[in-house]
Design a protein around this ligand. Structure first.
Ligand SMILES: [Zn+2]
Length: 757
């Protein structure tokens, strides 16, 4: 046998290689000092449940049992052990079980023990020395014991299915009663509860099940009940957890499916996702009926095993450790013990299950199709793309209040607060539409120029396609433009308002209409008089002193006399100048009050329908689409629709977490969603009037908290009781239907209503 083989075993994880590498050095040393010794390398399992969590320990056959134990204790950091506390077991391939290594003499050489190179070994924690004396049975009035009778060894777990930490109970006589075993166990666990309220559970490794022994068999002996040696046992008090007994089948301890999942270090993201999926009847039925192999590298196998446990009706909770391990292997992002995105986990698990099979239940249940129609706005070319989805990820419109400063042609200015819900792709165009709709539906959109002002000067002109998210909420101004009747002959000119003492603008400019080619004073007379009137009313004076200028393209300034019909060649701007004493009065008169414009839909809360409507509505993409006909990036509009046939299950993610250039935040908006009859008919590419588009809620995954600290809880409907339960890691309780709709909802699972035949 070669040690190199052990070290280069391809199945070893990197950590194992390191461990064995270190041992390799030690062994070489011993080997060189005495070349005739046999080398024994052992795989020390952390627990008897798994042969994957191991360290390597290499010994010489002449080493003693004590040295082996010391080496294990030294090399593993698993438990605070001393070699007196442990008993060594080895896995027997023949018996397919763990058996004790003869433990009488710690100085026995390994070559005299029944140990072989490459054996899996394990150390079990024994009762401490003082407690070994509990084999004094004389005090027990329940049974009398003779020295010759059969004795059992049990591994007492603190909780059902938590088989990593246990205490070994030795020398338990086969003739002791269940009552006595319960009593001993509760003493060892320092529980001190009356036996009446304790149930004993024994683990059956073949069936992967815990069998319950309640108080009706308290007087039976272990022998009578055919107890076997080496079993894991556990005691649980009667009122542990929210134990929900089934009314339908008395063979179950618990209602199948009503099974919590232990939190194994910030894993509520995983547990809540698993509970959502577990309560999808078709999915769970499929995996529960799947025959599994012992392949621990198959996610399907591990997931099926977990579902079988959760739906066995034998446990109030189970530990999804194996699933976490295997998923961490495939997706290292889930390895550490930090909080993760539950949606990401669910998505990964579904994809992993899907990829393991060629034609999978996942695609049958979850995969739907979206047709998206893209129209190039330059050449009108239409392109239809089909995409598969297994989730609908819906953006949540955030309500924002925008301040809009509106400057009218006649000089009036008003300030509005407009409450609008926006997404990251909402354009200025949509805000202007809302403004027109609420302020004056007769306004012409083309006459509104969106700008940002700085000290009453135009700092930036926006295009309708610019995104609202790029604009500071209180910096949008709309300047009303005069209506151009004939664009071949007419154009705009700006009229500035200047304080002639300070040379500053005292109000934003107004655009005037001018002839495109031969521009004359007469063009402006009416327009400017209107502005002067407005200034007089604002300042509350019948006649104000003003000065009028015009400036040419080269910056030269001329006086403007409205009563003379002059040709104004190369005119660039017109300026109305007032003395500082008047501009101060003008500022003072300005109305600083905001008028609030409220869109019609703001009064109602956000609904799932509204989000779906938004998801499927026509959208504009600005320079984000490559048109193959125009051969360039163009503007386009896009409309998405669902295709038939709709999948039996639709999972909806409400995108509460935003990670982008603008913000890293959680949106806490309350969104109303239906429990019954979610209708997707209107989003179909061709609307049909049948009931194939109606869905009912089956699970809600909630996230409570913020980005850094949060907790996931799932509400799901049990298919057997047809009632709703809250699954909070290992705890669960029934909840009322009226409490299902919360502001924490993050993932919604809907299943298609059965079509009436
Ligand atoms: Zn095009």
């Amino acid at each position: 046998m070669s040690l190199v083989n052990t070290v280069s075993n391809p199945g070893l994880s990197p950590t194992l290689c390191t461990a064995s590498g270190a041992n390799n050095r030690q062994i070489k040393d011993s080997y060189s000092s005495s070349p005739d010794k046999e080398i024994l390398a052992f795989k020390v399992c952390k627990t008897q449940r798994s042969k994957s969590d191991i360290i390597f320990v290499a010994m010489c056959s002449t080493h003693t049992l004590k040295q082996l134990k010391e080496r294990i204790i030294h090399n593993s950091s698993w438990y605070p052990l001393t070699f007196n506390d442990i008993v060594l077991t080895v896995f027997s391939n023949i018996e397919n079980t763990w058996i004790d290594v003869k433990n009488d003499n710690d100085n026995e050489q390994l070559l005299n023990l029944n140990l072989h190179h490459n054996d899996y070994i394990n150390v079990e924690k024994l009762e401490t020395k003082s407690n070994r004396l509990i084999t004094d049975y004389s005090k027990s009035s329940i049974t009398t014991i003779s020295q010759s009778q059969k004795k059992f060894k049990f591994k007492l777990c603190e909780k059902v299915f938590m088989m990593e930490n246990y205490i070994v109970l030795i020398d338990i006589p086969a003739t002791s009663t269940i009552m006595w075993l319960k009593q001993k166990s509760s003493e060892r666990l320092q529980l001190y509860i009356s036996n009446l309220y304790i149930n004993l559970f024994v683990y059956d490794d073949e069936k992967n099940m815990w069998t319950k022994f309640d108080s009706t068999v308290d007087d039976c002996t272990l022998e009578e009940l055919h107890f076997k040696n080496h079993k894991f046992i556990c005691i649980e008090t009667e009122n542990d957890h929210s134990r929900i007994k089934t009314k339908t089948n008395e063979n179950y301890l618990y209602t199948p499916g009503l099974c919590g999942l232990t939190n194994i270090g910030n894993t509520c993201y995983m547990n809540s996702a698993l509970q959502c999926l577990s309560n999808i009847p078709q999915l769970t039925e499929y995996y529960r009926n799947l025959s599994v192999t012992n392949n621990e590298q198959s996610i399907i196998n591990v997931y099926s095993k977990l579902l079988k446990q959760m739906w066995s009706g034998q446990f109030s909770y189970v530990k999804p450790k194996q699933l976490k391990n295997i998923i961490s292997q495939y997706a290292p992002i889930f390895t550490d013990n930090r909080q993760k995105d539950s949606h990401e986990f669910m998505n990964f698990l579904l994809n992993a299950l899907h990829q393991e099979q060629t034609s999978s239940i996942i695609s049958q249940l979850f995969h739907g199709q979206i047709a998206s129609t893209v129209t190039c706005l330059t050449c009108q070319k239409i392109e239809i793309k089909h995409e598969l989805f297994n989730f609908l990820s819906l953006s949540i419109n955030q309500k924002q209040i925008f301040e809009i400063h509106y400057f009218q042609l006649n000089g009036n200015q008003e300030q509005f607060l407009i409450d609008i819900s926006i997404q990251h792709t909402t354009t200025i165009s949509i805000l202007i539409d809302e403004f027109i709709c609420m302020y004056n539906p007769n306004l012409n959109k083309e006459q509104l120029l969106p700008v940002t002002l700085d000290k009453n000067c135009i700092k930036y002109r926006y295009k309708f396609f610019d995104y609202l998210i790029d604009i500071t909420k209180n910096q949008l101004s709309l300047l009303q433009l005069p209506l151009i009747i004939n664009s071949n002959e007419q154009t705009y000119i700006s009229c500035l308002f200047m304080d002639i003492d300070t040379k500053n603008s005292f109000r934003p400019p107004i655009f005037l209409l001018r002839s495109k080619y031969m521009c004359r004073t007469i063009d402006f007379k009416q327009q400017i008089n209107k502005l002067l009137n407005h200034l007089e009313t604002t300042i509350n004076k019948s006649k104000i002193d003003y000065k009028l200028y015009w400036t040419n393209l080269y910056g030269k300034k001329f006086n403007l006399n409205l009563n003379e019909d002059e040709l104004l060649s190369d005119i660039d701007t017109i300026t109305i100048g007032l003395k500082n004493i008047l501009t101060q009065k003008y500022q003072f008169k300005q109305d600083k009050k905001f008028r609030s414009l409220t869109p019609s839909f703001v009064s109602t809360s956000l609904t799932l329908d509204k989000l779906l409507e938004n998801f499927f509505k026509e959208d504009f993409l600005n320079d984000d689409y490559y048109c193959s006909k125009c051969i360039k990036m163009t503007q386009c509009k896009q409309k998405s629709n669902l295709c038939l046939t709709l999948p039996p299950v639709i999972i909806i993610q409400l995108k509460r977490f935003t990670y982008n250039d603008y913000s890293n935040e959680k949106i806490n908006s309350f969104i109303e969603y239906p429990i019954y009859n979610l209708n997707l008919n209107q989003y179909l590419i061709k609307e049909t009037n049948n009931d194939k588009c109606l869905y009912d809620l089956i699970a809600v995954l909630n996230h409570n908290g913020n980005l850094s600290f949060g907790h996931y809880i799932t509400y799901a409907k049990n298919n057997i009781t047809q009632r709703w339960y809250s699954f909070n890691d290992s705890y669960l309780q029934e909840i009322e239907e009226k409490n299902l709709i919360t502001a924490d909802a993050y993932i919604l699972v809907y299943i298609k209503q059965q079509t009436k035949s």
